[in-house]
Design a protein around this ligand. Structure first.
Ligand SMILES: Cc1cc2nc3c(=O)[nH]c(=O)nc-3n(C[C@H](O)[C@H](O)[C@H](O)COP(=O)(O)O)c2cc1C
Length: 182
C-alpha cells in the first residue's frame, strides 16, 4: 500500500505553548508505522492576516495547499475555555474544498478533561467541512506527572491511527473513483 499522507496540525500558537511536544510525539509515532507519510503543519509557522481577507493571501494559499495535499489529519488541540483555540479555528476556516472527504483524528490535552471538550466541538466544525472524524482519540491530562511516557497513550495512538489510516485509504480510493459530492 502507498503510504497515506497525514498532516499533523499543531493547533496552539501560544507563546510558551506545550502543544508542539504532543504534536512531535504523535508525528513520530505515525512516521514509525510505515503506512503514513507525515507532514507537520505548525500554525505558528504561518503569517496569517489578522482580518479574514477578501482574497486569500499567499500564506492562506500556502496553508490550504498543504491541507489539500493530505489524505488525512491529526489535529493536536489544547482546551481553552471548554473549546479549542482561536488560532485553530482561524486556520480551519482558511481552507474549504481541501478538507473534503478526508478523515481526522485528534490528540488533545488539558486539565482533567484532557481536552475532550475541545474535541467534541471540533467534531461539529469538521462535519460542516465534510471531514470524517474517527472515534478514538488520544487525550493527555496536563496534571499527570509525565503525560507522554505511558503505554496507555501509545496504545491509544495506535488505535486512533489505525482508524485514521483505514479511512484515509478508503477515502483516497473513493475520491480517485468519482468526485466527491457536496
Ligand atoms: C485562554 C486559556 C483558557 C484555558 N481554558 C482551559 C479549559 O477550559 N480547560 C482546560 O483543561 N485547560 C484550560 N487551559 C489550560 C490549557 O489547557 C493549558 O494552558 C495548555 O498548556 C494550553 O496548551 P498550549 O500550551 O499548547 O497553548 C486554558 C489555557 C488558556 C491559555
Amino acid at each position: 500500500m502507498r503510504p497515506v499522507r497525514i498532516a499533523v496540525v499543531v493547533g496552539s500558537t501560544r507563546e510558551g505553548r506545550v502543544g508542539d511536544a504532543f504534536a512531535l510525539w504523535v508525528a513520530e509515532v505515525a512516521g514509525a508505522r510505515g503506512d503514513c507519510a507525515v507532514d507537520v503543519l505548525d500554525l505558528a509557522g504561518f503569517d496569517f492576516p489578522a482580518h479574514y481577507p477578501r482574497q486569500p493571501t499567499a500564506e492562506v494559499r500556502r496553508f490550504a495547499e498543504r491541507i489539500g495535499r493530505a489524505d488525512g489529519f491529526v489535529v493536536v488541540t489544547p482546551e481553552y475555555n471548554r473549546s479549542f483555540p482561536a488560532s485553530l479555528k482561524q486556520a480551519i476556516d482558511f481552507a474549504y474544498d481541501e478538507w473534503h472527504a478526508k478523515p481526522a483524528g485528534f490528540v488533545s490535552y488539558g486539565y482533567r478533561s484532557a481536552g475532550l471538550h475541545a474535541v467534541e466541538q471540533l467534531r461539529s466544525v469538521f462535519t460542516e467541512l465534510h471531514v470524517m472524524t474517527v472515534r478514538n482519540t488520544v487525550g493527555f491530562d496536563l496534571g499527570d506527572a509525565d503525560p507522554l511516557d505511558t503505554e496507555a497513550r501509545r496504545l491509544a495512538a495506535a488505535a486512533m491511527l489505525d482508524q485514521l489510516v483505514w479511512w484515509a485509504c478508503a477515502l483516497r480510493e473513493a475520491r480517485g473513483l468519482r468526485p466527491y459530492v457536496t
